[in-house]
Ligand binder design. Structure first.
Ligand SMILES: *[C@@H]1O[C@H](CO)[C@@H](O)[C@H](O)[C@H]1NC(C)=O
Ligand SMILES: *[C@@H]1O[C@H](CO)[C@@H](O)[C@H](O)[C@H]1NC(C)=O
Ligand SMILES: *[C@@H]1O[C@H](CO)[C@@H](O)[C@H](O)[C@H]1NC(C)=O
Ligand SMILES: *[C@@H]1O[C@H](CO)[C@@H](O)[C@H](O)[C@H]1NC(C)=O
Ligand SMILES: *[C@@H]1O[C@H](CO)[C@@H](O)[C@H](O)[C@H]1NC(C)=O
Ligand SMILES: *[C@@H]1O[C@H](CO)[C@@H](O)[C@H](O)[C@H]1NC(C)=O
Ligand SMILES: *[C@@H]1O[C@H](CO)[C@@H](O)[C@H](O)[C@H]1NC(C)=O
Ligand SMILES: *[C@@H]1O[C@H](CO)[C@@H](O)[C@H](O)[C@H]1NC(C)=O
Length: 814
């Protein structure tokens, strides 16, 4: 489960309002016509209107009526509202490759601002290719077509090898030259020349150059069961967050890869109603649930010069001694040293081992433990010479607790000794940063100037800025992005080889832009704009866009937390507005972020006059370990309480109608919404849960056990029971919503299984509770597809429109 990525509605498609919705919009027609009455009424209206207009003009001479269009429901499906980013790959000190706004692949040279076309855009359209990869020597590209999406990151596709010089894409990438073509699960170029590694039917193949035949590296792959070079379902979703499980060494002389054996893992069955004929099909996925058998994993390394010799990299004894374990990352240090991070199943012990790729021997380098869980997805970044690495580790900030900061850790070779504790274990050499804020990403290390570049939340938890810090002078930390562009406070960045250049990606709150900068003094902060979304920028400024307000709330633990209020464009404190609480709530995540968004909340605020609020309470991310670990073995407690608390606080505001507050969420947010419904606190008038988890025993082992432990242990079992959203004492409370509870789920959800909504339905029906449900046939967790998205948001909009209708005043319906 990863954050929410739920509101990307693709454009196109058709859709009309249903008759019911038309009626809602125009109101009920009077059944009889009384002409005299109508004329009198019209006269009265005319007089009243002219009085109001006069009053407005007299009383508020500054005000002007905003005639710009609103952000409409149709805009939700129009790609023109999406900001264009620049997804680029640095290929040298001064050059990067990216796909430009007209879909051509272009090489940009930072030293003279020159662009060279590498692949023309019509090359893609000729074979209907949607994606590409480019070789290190820029001689070849892989054009990827017939793409079939699998899970969040993975897809199967065909790959055509494109020759950049002859501009021809004539050869298919395939495991055997006797085959005409092949559907591959992955193909990547190595860092040397145009070497390629790819996965076909769960086995890895390696091709040294364009002309040579591929060599098969693994043989025991079995589709859906034994995976080489690609992850199984749970590693893809929860650990690697990618569909790649093989890694070339920096010079391409070795490949390290993982093998996952899921043969003892149980299947989940997903119905497939799209098959022709009278019988529907069942698709099975190996999916480990909490407390059940996990996949086993093996890490191996080969030398690309002698690929038939496979070395196994063993985990350290303390990890092996555990019942079972994971690996969480593979990072090359030098061309023959590779760091493998191992993790016990409980996810409170991790060991970084450094392995010799020539001999296969590994030694423990750094060990970390946690009283709760170890933050996932943190991996070491090595100095170019491999002598040390940088990694975010928890660093104590007095009574504020620990925050992730940049630790420098020595590797144990090249004459660099460990920094040893009394027990002979490696320890942190120094912390480069400190303070009650988080380092969110370590981007680059310049060995010449001893400078580390990173992103952090130092300004506020809602922002991300780019900073540099030098080893040995941590006090000279510099912010490189602060104040650079107006209303840009949320950045990402990439660095060129040797750190001479960097690209800054401003993601908001202003319309995003991508710029190129130099790290050297003589050019300083001079800027080249790569993308400024100028057309979108004009569109946004000519639209009645919502305004954003950030508000701090102090909750029962005495700490303050941020709420974000998305206000209608014509917001006035003298009016009364309905509120929709938009919740996620999962551990370590964040909703209150200063990013550009054009989504359903934009529509609700701009067109429907709803105030949309998000609140990051206890358990949320980027505010240190103390806040984060509030959810340790306690799902369904404080993260739910804090949403209810903030809704009550909002209800006290003069401009908010406390009788019209709703809540909605997707995934973990669907869980929180369902938990809120089971609180029966009377704060919310209506609630909509999309693809909710209702019982953490039904989710995957890696995610649920990280936070909640193994449900077979009695103590944890009680925590899982308490977190159940439809347990006995809660289910009765759902009736207080008086039918205003809506549950939505895709029947082909491989992530949060339809099982959750099915079991919730059973419990609600058995308790005689009215509610509403919508399923989407053959749709997965993100309810993909233009027509599905349109149907979904029309349903949600109408559900909340009815909920937020002002109660009829007396005398209205005579
Ligand atoms: C993309 O690159 C091609 C070739 O240089 C150029 O013709 C085209 O204008 C570029 N498109 C954009 C949006 O920059
Ligand atoms: C290809 O690029 C040209 C400009 O270089 C542009 O006019 C054309 O629309 C592009 N075609 C596609 C399919 O994007
Ligand atoms: C590249 O463009 C930037 C910004 O327009 C300019 O300052 C710089 O002089 C240019 N460099 C060259 C070599 O033309
Ligand atoms: C996978 O694990 C099973 C036991 O669960 C074992 O029988 C089988 O040999 C393993 N397969 C491979 C390729 O390691
Ligand atoms: C890669 O090879 C180059 C030259 O062959 C060498 O200078 C460099 O040290 C190697 N890099 C690594 C990380 O081994
Ligand atoms: C990890 O968690 C388990 C179960 O709570 C506990 O028994 C063990 O001591 C913990 N390990 C560490 C290193 O804290
Ligand atoms: C920055 O945002 C504020 C508040 O939304 C707005 O008033 C101001 O005009 C914006 N500035 C620029 C340069 O866009
Ligand atoms: C955006 O980029 C275009 C083309 O590069 C340029 O003409 C324009 O001045 C830029 N606008 C801003 C606001 O930087």
């Amino acid at each position: 489960m990863q954050g929410t990525r739920i509101s990307d509605g693709p454009g196109g498609g058709d859709g009309e309002l249903s008759p019911e919705e038309m009626e809602e919009l125009v109101g009920n027609n009077p059944s009889q016509r009384n002409w005299k009455g109508i004329i009198i009424a019209l006269l009265v209206i005319l007089i009243v209107c002219s009085l109001i207009v006069t009053a407005v003009i007299l009383l508020t001479p500054d005000s002007h009526i905003n005639t710009n269009p609103k952000f409409t429901f149709e805009d939700l499906f129009d790609d023109a509202w999406k900001a264009q980013g620049v997804s680029l790959k640095w290929i040298s000190e001064d050059e990067f490759v990216y796909r430009n706004g007209s879909d051509a692949v272009v090489k940009f040279k930072a030293t003279d601002n020159s662009s060279t076309v590498i692949i023309k855009n019509d090359t893609f359209s000729d074979i209907d290719a949607s994606r590409y990869r480019i070789s290190a020597d820029l001689q070849y590209a892989l054009l990827i077509y017939n793409v079939n999406k699998r899970y969040r990151h993975s897809f199967e596709a065909k790959y055509s090898i494109f020759n950049v010089n002859t501009k021809r894409a004539s050869v298919e990438l395939k495991p055997d030259s006797s085959m005409r073509e092949a559907t591959l699960q992955l193909a990547i170029f190595g860092p040397r020349d145009h070497q390629i590694a790819f996965v076909y039917k769960n086995n890895i193949y390696y091709k040294n150059s364009y002309a040579t035949e591929p060599v098969q590296l693994t043989f025991e792959g079995q589709e859906g069961v034994v995976f080489n070079g690609i992850p199984d379902w749970v590693y893809e979703e929860e650990i690697l967050q990618s569909h790649e499980a093989m890694w070339f060494s920096p010079n391409g002389t070795h490949i390290c890869f993982a093998t996952f054996n899921d043969s003892a893992v149980q299947d989940v069955a997903i119905p497939d109603y799209s098959v022709e004929g009278s019988y529907y099909a069942i698709r099975k996925i190996k999916y480990p649930k909490p407390g059940s058998t996990n996949p086993t994993v093996k890490i191996s390394v080969i030398n690309t010069g002698n690929p038939s010799r496979v070395l196994n990299l063993e985990p350290p004894a303390d990890i092996k001694a555990q019942r079972d374990y994971y690996f969480s990352s593979v990072v090359w240090a030098t061309d023959n040293k590779v760091a493998v991070t191992w993790l016990n199943r409980r996810q409170n012990l991790s060991i970084i081992c450094i392995c010799n790729a020539v001999t296969g021997s590994c030694s423990e380098n750094y060990r970390q433990t946690s009283t709760a869980w170890l933050r996932p997805h943190i991996k070491p970044m090595f100095a170019a010479d491999g002598s040390k690495y940088f990694i975010q580790l928890p660093y104590s900030q007095g009574n504020r607790g620990k925050f992730p900061h940049i630790a420098v850790i020595r590797a144990d070779w090249n004459g660099y000794p460990f920094v040893q504790t009394a027990g002979g274990v490696n320890k942190v050499q120094e912390f480069l940063t400190s303070g009650p804020w988080e380092v969110t990403k370590i981007l680059a290390y310049d060995q010449m100037t001893n400078t580390v570049y990173f992103l952090s939340t130092e300004e506020t938890a809602r922002s991300r800025h780019l900073y540099s810090v030098s080893m040995g002078s941590a006090q000279d930390r510099k912010c490189l992005s602060c104040g650079l562009f107006p209303n840009c406070t949320f950045y990402d960045a990439t660095f060129s080889k040797n750190q001479k250049w960097y690209t800054l990606h401003c993601l908001g709150p202003d319309v995003p832009r991508v710029t190129l900068h130099s790290t050297t003094d003589e050019i300083g902060r001079k800027v080249i704009t790569l993308e400024n979304n100028s057309v979108l920028r004009k569109r946004v400024s000519a639209t009645q866009w919502p305004t954003y307000k950030y508000q701090e709330y102090t909750i029962e633990d005495g700490n303050t937390y941020w709420a974000e209020m998305i206000l209608p464009p014509d917001f006035s404190e003298d009016s009364k507005y309905p509120v929709l609480l938009d919740v996620y709530g999962g551990p370590g995540t964040q909703k209150v972020q200063e990013t550009y968004r054009a989504n359903w909340a934009t529509y609700l605020a701009s067109t429907e006059g709803v105030i949309v609020v998000s609140f990051d309470g206890r358990g949320s991310g980027y505010q240190g370990d103390k806040v984060l670990y509030e959810l340790h073995e306690k799902f369904g407690t404080v993260e739910v309480k804090d949403q209810i608390f903030v809704a009550k606080e909002l209800g006290k505001l003069d401009y908010i109608d406390e009788t019209r507050i709703g809540i909605w969420g997707w995934s973990y947010g669907g869980y929180v919404t369902t938990m809120v419904a089971g609180e029966g606190d009377g704060v919310f008038k209506c609630a909509a849960a999309v693809a909710p988890v209702v019982d953490w025993r039904l989710y995957d082992s890696v995610y649920a056990e990280r936070y909640m432990g193994d449900p077979h242990h009695p103590k944890n079992s009680r925590a899982y029971d308490a977190a159940n959203a439809y347990s006995g004492h809660r289910i009765k409370e759902f009736s207080k919503l008086q039918g205003n509870f809506l549950v939505i789920h895709g029947t082909a959800d491989d992530n949060v299984h339809f099982q959750n909504t099915a079991l919730l339905n059973k419990a609600l029906v058995e308790n005689d509770i009215d509610y509403r449900v919508q399923f989407y046939t053959d749709r997965a967790h993100n309810l993909q597809g233009q027509k599905t998205k349109r149907h979904l948001y029309r349903l949600l909009s109408s559900f909340f429109r009815i909920c937020f209708e002002e109660p009829k005043k007396e005398g209205d319906d005579e």
